[in-house]
Design a protein around this ligand. Structure first.
Ligand SMILES: Nc1ncnc2c1ncn2[C@@H]1O[C@H](COP(=O)(O)OP(=O)(O)OP(=O)(O)O)[C@@H](O)[C@H]1O
Ligand SMILES: [Mg+2]
Length: 220
């Protein structure tokens, strides 16, 4: 059955778009038909797709990875998602920071949400607020979503990085086994319109996204 995963955090710059794109690509390689929807008016994912559209056909390797080209209206999320589910095995939403109304509407229509958190102190406070909103929505039966934290943009070999899993364990939701580390190649992708698999398929960054895709595919 078709599922919906939202990548959310009220905090900006935590890696939502990077994760949305490369997770979509990674899962699409299992043969599932994936649709990525950008609800962020900043259009970071859409800009990435615009660059992608300039690539040669031979540079694009993910044949089951599709992008929603229409304007997505959060007020009509329920109907639109129900219609799209007929055509796709999985819909992944890349969401805006700060826009609580959109984020809440998308979470209310999701089966799973992944909350990226990067290893900066300010992320912990904002992410806790995000987690509280989700837990409250679940208590009030507004959401039927399974939330997961995902450690993102982690600096390897730092004390903060090494202790981070323990630091965020105070939030009462599961933390994904896979961690996405800080990698220059991931930073470069937004300029290229490629996925990490197409750009540096043999890199540690690609391995981390393969591992993330595998972990998420087990939910489907
Ligand atoms: N693991 C990583 N390693 C290196 N750079 C990263 C990584 N993850 C994200 N970045 C870079 O950090 C910046 C912010 O990432 P991204 O756009 O994915 O975050 P976001 O949460 O979608 O931001 P926003 O809230 O503004 O939508 C981008 O320049 C991106 O290329
Ligand atoms: Mg973004």
């Amino acid at each position: 059955m078709s599922k919906v995963i939202s990548i959310v955090n009220i905090k900006g710059g935590v890696g939502k778009t990077t994760i949305s794109i490369n997770l979509s690509a990674g899962i699409s390689d299992t043969g599932r038909k994936i649709l990525l929807i950008d609800t962020d008016p900043q259009e970071s994912a859409t800009d990435w797709v615009r660059k992608r559209n300039e690539l040669n056909e031979s540079e694009i390797t993910h044949k089951n990875f599709h992008f929603y080209n229409n304007e997505f209206k959060p007020l009509k999320a329920k109907e639109t998602i129900a219609a799209l589910k007929k055509d796709y095995d999985l819909i992944i939403f890349d969401n805006p920071p700060k826009d609580y109304q959109t984020v809440i509407r998308i979470i209310a229509n999701s089966d799973f949400c992944i909350i990226p958190i990067s290893t900066s102190a300010s992320d912990i406070k904002s992410t806790k607020q995000m987690v509280d909103i989700i837990q409250e929505g679940k208590r009030k039966k507004l959401f039927n979503v399974s939330p997961f934290l995902l450690i993102s943009n982690k600096f390897i070999g730092t004390t903060v990085g090494n202790q981070f899993r323990q630091t965020i364990n105070i939030m009462d939701i599961p933390i994904m086994k896979t961690e996405i580390n800080h990698r220059i190649s991931l930073l470069e992708l937004s300029y290229l319109g490629k996925t990490i698999f197409e750009y540096e398929g043999n890199s540690f960054a690609a391995d981390e996204f393969r591992s993330l895709a595998k972990e998420v595919t087990k939910w489907l």
